[in-house]
Design a protein around this ligand. Structure first.
Ligand SMILES: [Zn+2]
Length: 475
């Protein structure tokens, strides 16, 4: 009789079960920076084949344990069912979860409108939703990755202050969690959820969060709370941080620097991704820096070398010419300050702040108002200005040389840096923004300490770099 599948050794069957379970192919963290709206990798389909194999007979069922499950909760009744009916063995097998519960399928008694006059019983119901959610999460003791897209707590009227009613759980309810991504479109949830959850996660290593000008990085208070609960640790052990920065269009002077907050909360980070997005969620990222580059010697003589300066600071002459005069301005203070603040991150290895390098032009004029104009107006002015750059052809070699020099300055200040990225806005007029493509260049530090810029830059459609926080059904 020919051998059958069941003639295989237990060990081989276990290996086949592992290969069929495609969680192995999903990295941790699986979230992407805010500009990258790829589909989520957390998907219950991933365990389907493994579970089917397990269901074939009692021997295989006994061999293959239920593990590394992916779950996506899309309505409040899912959460209630998990709490009431799910066996603890299944709860304990969940490795990755998405919570994506919009108000229309949220808790029934939570459907208040803005005119609702809150009664005492309503506060009890807010507390009840929070308690139910905490019960759900605390049952997932093996949960390693959590993404929250829409929160069932999302109701914020002036008369409702959820922070007064939702208390941070006393215990570490997410003991195995390593990766937390808050991807809510709602800024109140983006500010509130990290404050409530981070203190309960002892081993948090990867975090995706929003830096809002009104709440700063909410993790400032979360950080203090976390430290008071884990006095044996010097800081939250976050290694990967993706931050969406929402600049203050109304009062830029009242803006707290993102880097300062990041350093306060997560001094041990190794990978940092900062993406600036305006109030309109559906806009492409704004570079953290548009870095003007010039190769002039400071005194008109001397050694020629690259110098850099944030371009919004560059002065234009009466003809609208940008040609940074290093002989009068000398070294640029703001760029050096940025490098110094980067230097405080002693373990930083990978940096992508959507930094754009622009070479001198005789024709371009960027809007001088900077962020003080409204977001949409500023973007429009800036894009008009950018099209002026068309008139000066920049050679790829010259651009790469500038990028290599800028990367060198960063590595000199942050010796742990190993990799980074520079972005280039598409200075060409095509049919509609959807056709435009960013160029994203990768630079690395070679074994010998040399900066190498990969000639194979990525081309990414501008349309695909819009922040998709809060967008449902991305898997
Ligand atoms: Zn909300």
């Amino acid at each position: 009789m020919p051998p059958t599948f069941l003639d295989l050794d237990d060990e081989i069957i276990l290996q086949i079960g592992d290969i069929l379970h495609r969680d192995n192919e999903v990295p941790l963290p699986s979230f992407e920076p805010h500009w990258a709206g790829f589909e989520h990798s957390i998907n219950p389909e991933i365990q389907k084949d493994s579970l089917s194999l397990r269901a074939t007979c009692s021997r295989i069922k006994g061999l293959l344990s239920v593990k590394d499950l992916h779950i996506v909760t899309r309505q409040w009744s899912d959460i209630v069912l998990w709490n009431q009916e799910c066996p603890s063995t299944v709860k304990q097998a969940v490795k990755r979860a998405i919570i994506d519960i919009p108000p229309e399928v949220g808790p029934l008694y939570y459907h208040w409108d803005e005119d609702h006059d809150l009664q005492e019983k309503d506060y009890e119901q807010i507390l009840s939703v929070w308690t139910t959610l905490i019960t759900f999460l605390s049952g997932l003791i093996s949960l390693e990755e959590l993404i929250i897209i829409e929160s069932p707590l999302c109701r914020h009227f002036p008369s409702i202050n959820i922070r007064e009613h939702c208390l941070i759980p006393l215990d570490d309810i997410l003991p195995a969690l390593k990766s937390l991504a808050i991807e809510c479109a709602c800024m109140d949830c983006s500010a509130e959820l990290p404050r409530l959850l981070i203190p309960t996660i002892p081993e948090l290593q990867h975090l995706k969060i929003v830096h809002t000008y009104f709440e700063h990085l909410t993790s400032i208070s979360a950080n203090e709370e976390w430290l008071s609960r884990h006095p044996d640790k010097a800081f939250i052990p976050v290694e990967t941080l993706a931050v969406k920065h929402r600049p203050n269009d109304v009062d830029p002077t009242n803006e707290r620097p993102v880097m300062e907050d990041v350093l306060t909360c997560f001094p041990g980070i190794e990978e940092l991704y900062i993406t600036g997005h305006t109030e309109e969620n559906n806009t492409p990222p704004q570079p953290t820096f548009i870095l003007g580059a010039t190769r002039k010697p400071a005194d008109g003589l001397g050694e020629e070398r690259w110098r850099f300066k944030p371009i919004s600071e560059v002065e234009f002459d009466e003809n609208g010419c940008y040609d940074w005069d290093v002989s009068t301005s000398g070294e640029d203070g703001e760029w050096l300050l940025t490098l110094d603040s980067l230097g405080a991150f002693k373990q930083l290895e990978v940096l992508d702040g959507v930094i754009e390098i622009v070479l001198p032009t005789r024709t371009g004029r960027l809007p001088e108002e900077g962020y003080s104009a409204g977001g949409t107006e500023y973007m429009s002015q800036r894009d008009d200005a950018r099209s002026c750059f068309l008139q000066r052809e920049t050679s790829v070699e010259e651009m790469i040389e500038a990028m290599r020099a800028a990367a060198r300055e960063m590595v000199d200040h942050v010796p742990s840096l190993r990799k980074g990225y520079f972005w280039q806005w598409p200075y060409s007029e095509q049919d509609g923004e959807a056709e435009l493509k960013w160029k994203r260049w990768t630079w690395t530090v070679s074994q010998g300490g040399r900066i190498e810029v990969d000639m194979n830059m990525e081309e990414i459609a501008v349309d695909n770099t819009k922040s998709l926080d809060g967008e449902q059904l991305r898997n």
